[in-house]
Design a protein around this ligand. Structure first.
Ligand code: CA
Length: 232
């Protein structure tokens, strides 16, 4: 799955140019034409990267960034500043931007910054674009290498935990019953017949994966049914 990039930019011609260039590189790109729409998209879709214009009508780029971070949205942000304005850069970085680019910029420069930021945020796995990689926020699951990371932190899972995560994350929003998961895992490992076994593995998985295992963001409990991986 290609990395997802959100462009928050009110000038259609600029947005289209950036979008096209990024799509040519294989990224999955969405455009938000205002700060309000951008904020909504950044907090609900958890894109892998946000390109955020500073000068926007309504709430400006700084305010979008401030509210994003306040809402817990952790996507790396590349600020697009209108001119070579030192103040803009300082404010942006203080608010939690990861990098900035001064307009007008060349598309080649933009692409190299985007690549560098993705690599910095997601480690080597960012290079596996187009490979079998599942991303959700800063969580990256490399199916081929059976590796899981959050940001640059490597998460070590048992084979059973990895298999549960792999099945759930491959189809976000799809609810799996415990019996179903047990069936899927049985091919992989000789598991206890008891469906409660699944609860134990999911609990361990959450301990390793979630910031607060009692309020899981990734692996969600669907009461009375089973588990589902969070949709973007
Ligand atoms: Ca603008």
């Amino acid at each position: 799955m290609a990395a997802t990039i959100l462009i928050v930019e009110d000038e259609p011609a600029v947005a289209r140019g950036i979008q096209y260039a990024l799509q040519q590189e294989g990224y999955q790109v969405t455009v938000a034409p205002s700060g309000e729409i951008g904020l909504e998209a950044a907090t609900t879709q958890a894109p892998d990267l946000v390109l955020l214009d500073v000068r926007l009508p309504g709430i400006d780029g700084f305010e979008v960034l401030r509210r994003m971070r306040a809402a817990g949205a952790k996507s790396p942000v590349l600020m697009l500043t209108a001119r070579d304005d030192e103040v803009d850069k300082v404010i942006g970085l203080e608010l939690g931007a990861d990098d900035y680019l001064t307009k007008p910029f060349g598309l080649r420069e933009l692409l190299s910054r985007v690549k560098a930021l993705l690599r910095r945020a997601y480690g080597d796995l960012a290079d596996a674009a187009g490979g079998r990689v599942i991303r959700h926020g800063d969580l990256v699951i490399d199916l081929d290498r059976r590796r899981v990371q959050r940001g640059d932190r490597r998460i070590s899972l048992t084979p059973t935990e990895f298999e549960i995560l792999r099945h759930l994350a491959s189809r976000p929003g799809r609810v799996y019953t415990r019996a179903e998961l047990l069936d899927l895992l049985r091919d992989y490992e000789a598991l206890d017949q008891d469906e409660k076994t699944i609860n134990v593995h999911v609990s361990h998985l959450r301990d390793k994966l979630e910031d607060d295992p009692s309020r899981p963001v990734f692996v969600q409990t669907i009461r009375g049914v089973g588990y589902a991986f969070a949709e973007r």
